[in-house]
Design a protein around this ligand. Structure first.
Ligand code: NAD
Length: 228
């Protein structure tokens, strides 16, 4: 059997971090060799891993990229809400390192992205798209990274000049829901994904961690990982 992939988990004390730890406990292909959270130095931990997984906060990205570049380690970045400048930090690191950067690691949402592109192509510009996303009250960024990704797909596919309207709802303990509504003359089409558990994101992140090892430098999406 191949030896397990040695993972450094950043944001290990958070909701997603704990879910990754729980899932990895029963996965013989993954070994979480180091855990960092707010205030822990990332650099020494990066040295002894095969891949870093980040579910923390956008503030951590500069240190994460610097450490990964110094030790030549691939990254799986799940954190959302980065500013343009911080996204540039990721793009620059991806010129030298393989990086999976995905606002949503679930298979369902990645199929939803594919269907959204297809629906926009087939329906054309007579149908106005709109996105509604709902998440738990503790979520820090709005709109969600997934909603922004879906909006970008719609804007590019329909060659729109204006932004796609996004409605963000924060209530209760909702793990994550995304609906795309296409309103046309006399009809509406709606595509919805509902996440029932954080495990779907953790499972996708671990799949990305196994997949990214040995890949050439570049920025990869979850659609690349899934071969969609
Ligand atoms: P959370 O607030 O529960 O956990 C974040 C953790 O990161 C906390 O323990 C916090 O102390 C830690 N942290 C904050 N700043 C840090 C720093 N500078 N260095 C190291 N650790 C730091 O949040 P969460 O619900 O676990 O989500 C984490 C991130 O993952 C968010 O950006 C969220 O939007 C994103 N997310 C992505 C996906 C996906 O599929 N890509 C799915 C769910 C959540």
């Amino acid at each position: 059997m191949k030896s397990p992939v040695r993972v450094l988990l950043i944001g290990a004390a958070g909701r997603m971090g704990k879910t990754v730890v729980d899932l990895a406990r029963n996965d013989p292909t993954i070994d979480i060799v180091a855990r960092c959270d707010l205030g822990d130095p990332i650099e020494p931990a990066m040295k002894n891993c095969d891949v870093g997984i980040d579910f923390s906060h956008p503030d951590a990205i500069t240190e994460i990229c610097r450490s990964a570049l110094r030790h030549n380690k691939p990254l799986v970045i799940g954190t959302t809400g980065h500013s343009q400048e911080r996204r540039r930090t990721i793009e620059e690191a991806a010129q030298s390192l393989p990086i999976v950067f995905a606002s949503n690691f679930s298979i369902g949402v990645n199929v939803l992205s594919w269907l959204t592109r297809k629906a926009a192509e087939l329906l054309g510009r007579d149908f106005d798209p709109e996105i509604i996303e709902t998440h738990h009250k503790m979520k820090k960024d709005a709109p969600s990274g997934t909603a922004k990704t879906l909006a970008e797909i719609l804007k590019i596919t329909q060659k729109m000049e204006k932004e796609v309207p996004i409605q963000s709802i924060r209530e209760g303990d909702v793990v994550g829901e995304h609906t795309i509504i296409f309103s046309g003359p006399g009809e509406r089409l709606e595509l919805t994904h509902r996440a029932a558990s954080r495990e779907i994101f953790a499972r996708g992140a671990l799949r990305a961690a196994r997949w990214i090892i040995g890949k050439p430098a570049g920025r990869y999406s979850m659609q690349d990982v899934l071969g969609l």
